[in-house]
Design a protein around this ligand. Structure first.
Ligand code: FAD
Ligand code: SIN
Length: 531
């Protein structure tokens, strides 16, 4: 075989899931991490509120479990919830041992914040930039480890399975194996097979398929789409979480205003100055996200306004600056002083609750392919994720994946003959505009028709539009040389298709999936959706 790379463990993604897994398996073999931009660029890096864990003697596992189940609206897997909640504190202590520093009170105890849907203060955080601290600490340890090599600006195109070895692969076939991934080196424009005994898919979410999102532009659902093409089992793709409060400003690219602002007393008003949340839910501003996002959407539609207002200016300015230094500074850059005035906010796509189905040890339905973090559907979130449960989930399952993947590695070799990537397509530069136009069109279709409030009519329309984009893009893909932009577009279309199809199949409203045609939950529909 020609130019290739080979590792015991190949990790796709350098967010909290990929890095924490890499650090642990590096004790047992060689690890390659590929990441499509610079190492820190990930959803993890932008996480604000924190990590939910029972760290206070006044809190309890039972309460955290109950809150998670309540937010999940009847679709959580109770055993998975128990595992994550009870193992969470240990994983958090491990993260601190790897060098992550979190905000402490005057007496040196962890400061525990509050967020929507939580019945206690249990959010461990680093002021309002928790993800940056987690990413910093993990990257420092990973870079210092002699067994780990990081490949920046390397883009995973597809997982290597029997399909690439010339065998027929169908979704019902029980014994598909993963042998690595085809990876585009963005500098040399060469596609290189990265062979591995175990692949850990930790490629994050897909917020970028929506026009307005809190996610960075890298969140194009590549891992979800790759796994789907490889015929892995996926579930619950209709449950897309919209964060209620992203900054409304023409120049701000959906900058998040953390839920912790409401946790510390922030109140929501419409533009007439009415505090509207108490009319929607007894928990008012601290109701779970689906409820707050839908209430804001309702206010905007009823009143024909473009944003609502989030106000924390009644708190002392020093308090606001101490708790929210990054939000304060960023808003100031847009001319908004949050210690003095309310913040204009709108909901934006935030988190993919569904994804590649995994078991209690992060195993997917494909042998040798593990998955962890936002790309997965573990059963923790059900129909709606509780705030700050996702960093926690990634930490718990990256740890649980270690023992079974180390065992699997022992049974494998790199002996299979993986063919070179076929790069026979010809570049047609005059058509590149297609990629950017189709990307924008897709994001708008998803925002307009597959958003916070859905209907059969809107979903059908979205399906037809998306199908057209699919046909055009596939045709272009067949004729073109590979590029990251084109692959991302293909993946975004695949993810959009999965969201729309799953939404069309759920004939009820539950959690994040709200359908005008079926406004209530229906007990006979209460099961995870499968694709
Ligand atoms: P990510 O951190 O997104 O990492 C994915 C990695 O995969 C990236 O390095 C990316 O470059 C790489 N990648 C993707 N595709 C490819 C490819 N094809 N080839 C190579 N590399 C690829 N959750 C909480 O629990 N608490 C919070 O306070 C919180 N706040 C948030 C605030 C914001 C603004 C956002 C966007 C999310 C927030 N979340 C929060 C959610 C949480 O941050 C994410 O769910 C979590 O960080 C996901 O981690 P991950 O490791 O799975 O993926
Ligand atoms: C936030 O800080 O509001 C984000 C928390 C989360 O998504 O879990």
């Amino acid at each position: 075989m020609g130019h290739h790379q080979a590792f015991d463990f190949l990790v796709i993604g350098s967010g909290v899931a990929g890095l924490s897994y890499a650090l642990q398996v590096a004790e047992y073999g060689t690890v390659g991490i590929i990441t499509k931009k610079e190492s820190a660029e990930s959803n993890t890096n932008y996480a604000q509120g924190g990590i939910a864990a029972v760290m206070d003697p006044g809190d309890s596992f039972a309460q955290h479990i109950a809150d998670t189940l309540d937010a999940g609206a009847g679709l959580c897997d109770p055993e998975i919830v128990r595992i994550v909640v009870t193992e969470g504190p240990e994983r958090l202590r491990e993260l601190m041992a790897w060098g992550a520093h979190f905000t402490r009170t005057g007496t040196g105890k962890l400061h525990l914040g509050r967020e929507g849907g939580h019945s206690a203060n249990r959010i461990v955080h680093a002021a309002d930039a928790t993800g940056r601290e987690v990413e910093r600490a993990l990257l420092t340890s990973v870079r210092a480890h002699p067994n780990i090599q990081i490949f920046e600006y390397h883009y995973a195109i597809d997982l290597i399975t029997e399909h690439h070895l010339g065998q027929h692969v169908s979704r019902v076939r029980p014994d598909i194996h993963c042998y690595g991934a085809y990876v585009l080196d963005e500098q040399t424009e060469e596609v290189i097979p990265f062979l591995a005994k175990v692949v850990m898919l930790a490629s994050g979410g897909s917020g970028a398929v929506y026009l307005h999102t809190t996610n960075p532009a890298i969140a194009t659902g590549d891992g979800t789409a790759m796994a789907y093409r490889a015929k892995a089992r996926l579930s619950n793709m209709e449950f897309v979480q919209f964060h209620p409060t992203s900054l409304f400003h023409p120049e701000a690219h959906s900058f998040l205003i953390s839920e912790a602002v409401r946790g510390e007393g922030g109140l929501l008003f419409n533009q007439a100055g009415d505090r509207f949340m108490p009319a929607y839910d007894d928990r008012a501003e601290l109701a779970p996200r689906d409820i707050v996002a839908r209430a804001i959407d309702d206010q905007l539609k009823q009143r024909g306004e473009a944003y609502v207002l989030l106000d924390i200016s009644h708190k002392p300015a020093a308090f606001v600056k101490e708790h929210f230094p990054m939000i304060h500074e960023t808003c100031l850059q847009f001319g908004i002083d949050i210690t003095q005035q309310p913040i204009p906010v709108v909901p934006a796509a935030h988190y993919q609750c569904g994804g590649v189905q995994t078991d209690a040890f992060a195993r997917t339905s494909i042998q040798g392919l593990f998955a962890c973090g936002e790309v997965t559907c573990t059963g923790l979130h059900g129909a709606n994720r509780l705030a700050s449960n996702s960093l926690l989930e990634a930490l718990v399952f990256s740890h649980r994946a270690v023992a079974p993947s180390v065992e699997y590695v022992k049974t494998q070799s790199w002996n299979m003959a993986v063919p070179e990537w076929d790069s026979s397509g010809t570049k047609r530069p005059q058509e590149w505009v297609l990629v950017s136009h189709n990307r924008e069109e897709l994001r708008r279709v998803m925002w307009d028709y597959v958003g916070i409030v859905r209907s059969r009519l809107r979903l059908d329309r979205a399906f037809r539009r998306t199908h057209l984009l699919y046909e055009e893009t596939e045709d272009f893909y067949r004729r073109s040389r590979i590029s990251t932009g084109l692959c991302e577009l293909r993946n975004m279309i695949a993810v959009a298709y999965l969201i729309i199809r799953s939404a069309q199949m759920r004939h009820e409203s539950r959690g994040l999936h709200y359908m005008l045609d079926f406004p209530d939950p229906v007990e006979s529909e209460r099961r995870p959706s499968l694709v």
